[in-house]
Ligand binder design. Structure first.
Ligand SMILES: Nc1ncnc2c1ncn2[C@@H]1O[C@H](COP(=O)(O)OP(=O)(O)OP(=O)(O)O)[C@@H](O)[C@H]1O
Ligand SMILES: [Mg+2]
Length: 328
């Protein structure tokens, strides 16, 4: 850990996701029940294996770090091993590292050490079976905290050995609280629409939010919606809504023109806008069946674009399909 002096020196260069990473339970926003339960484990100095599941940037690694710091205090580094399942080539490396780490007793008054295994859903089924045996072999001396985006990819025997916690994207209020804290500390102003835009683009992912605030603030100290959308390569939602409304109203030419204008103005790629088209198609006033068809078509167009076909042709074809689907 760097001392105070070093901290202030690197202050301006540091990335905000690390600078604003919560250091204790009360700083972790949202995930209230999870935080309360994990805190209770820490207070009892006893915990089962944990499985943290949920989308990116919502506090899984953060809570694991808070847990070990609170549990082991100043000897946390000696009692903590962090591994990334997708870095470590194969389970053998994981097993060897776990073995070396678990062989020695924990330091301090907590009778176990903690191993944090990030992206554990990247492990194959076979590797997970091996992990399960490793978890059993060292149950006396170690606890695992596994983290994943999709708990469905984790085999049942592991899930049943863990207390599973499902993390959620942060709510608008929670995101708004984080925006205010950072704005105050960094001397930024955030307009009301800017705040809406930050929430819209982040989708409740705090890492995304903080990165976006940091890159935008390098351009301007006032974060407005147009700045946020520009930095994030996002079209303003109302422009995409207009494109879709044009399609519903059978006005293909206007839809096409609006979409092109928006893309050129913001410098967006086809892939950038297609996610938003899909999102706004679902929010549109079309009938549910038609909405589902529209969403399906977005998926096909995106697939073709990724495969390398011309994005403007794909987008025009997509708008044409939207028009046809909405024909009475
Ligand atoms: N619940 C939260 N409260 C406050 N800040 C948060 C929260 N979740 C995430 N952050 C911020 O976002 C950063 C990244 O979060 P974290 O590393 O915990 O994500 P994660 O859930 O482990 O994501 P991934 O699945 O991508 O590993 C943190 O350093 C912190 O600044
Ligand atoms: Mg993580």
């Amino acid at each position: 850990m760097s001392d105070e002096g070093e901290d202030t020196k690197i202050h301006d260069l540091s990335i905000w996701t690390e600078k604003y990473r919560p250091k204790n339970f009360s700083e972790v926003k949202g995930q209230k029940e999870i935080v309360a339960r994990v805190k209770a484990f820490v207070e009892a100095k006893n915990m089962p294996h944990l499985l943290f599941s949920g989308p990116p940037g919502v506090g899984k690694t953060t809570l694991a770090l808070v847990t070990v710091r609170q549990l082991f205090k100043d000897v946390w580094q000696e009692n903590f091993l962090e591994l990334n399942a997708s870095d470590e080539r194969g389970i053998d490396v994981v097993r060897q590292k776990v073995k070396d780490f678990a062989r020695t007793k924990s330091i301090g008054d907590v009778p176990f050490k903690i191993i944090y295994l990030d992206e554990s859903d990247a492990l194959t089924k076979e590797a997970q079976q091996a992990l399960r045996r490793t978890m059993e072999n060292y149950a006396q001396t170690t606890r695992f905290i596994l983290s994943c985006n999709y708990s469905s990819k984790i085999i049942d025997p592991i899930q049943s050995r863990c207390t599973v916690f499902r993390f959620k994207p942060l709510s608008k209020e929670e995101i708004s609280g984080i925006i205010k804290t950072i704005a105050l500390k960094e001397g930024l102003t955030v307009t009301a629409k800017g705040e809406e835009a930050l929430f819209y683009v982040s989708g409740g992912d705090v890492r995304r939010l903080e990165n976006l605030m940091q890159s935008s603030s390098a351009i301007k100290k006032e974060l407005s919606d147009s700045l946020i959308f520009e930095v994030a390569s996002f079209a303003e939602p109302r422009e995409i809504i207009e494109v879709i409304e044009n399609c519903i109203n059978q006005d293909f030419q206007s839809a096409k023109k609006k979409l092109l204008d928006t893309m050129l103005k913001q410098g967006l790629s086809g892939i950038d806008v297609i996610k938003q088209l899909q999102k706004e198609a679902w929010n549109s006033k079309a009938d549910d069946r038609i909405k589902l068809e529209m969403i399906k078509q977005c998926g096909e167009a995106e697939f073709r674009m990724i495969e390398g076909s011309d994005e403007f042709i794909q987008l025009e074809a997509l708008l044409a399909k939207f028009v046809l689907l909405n024909k009475k």
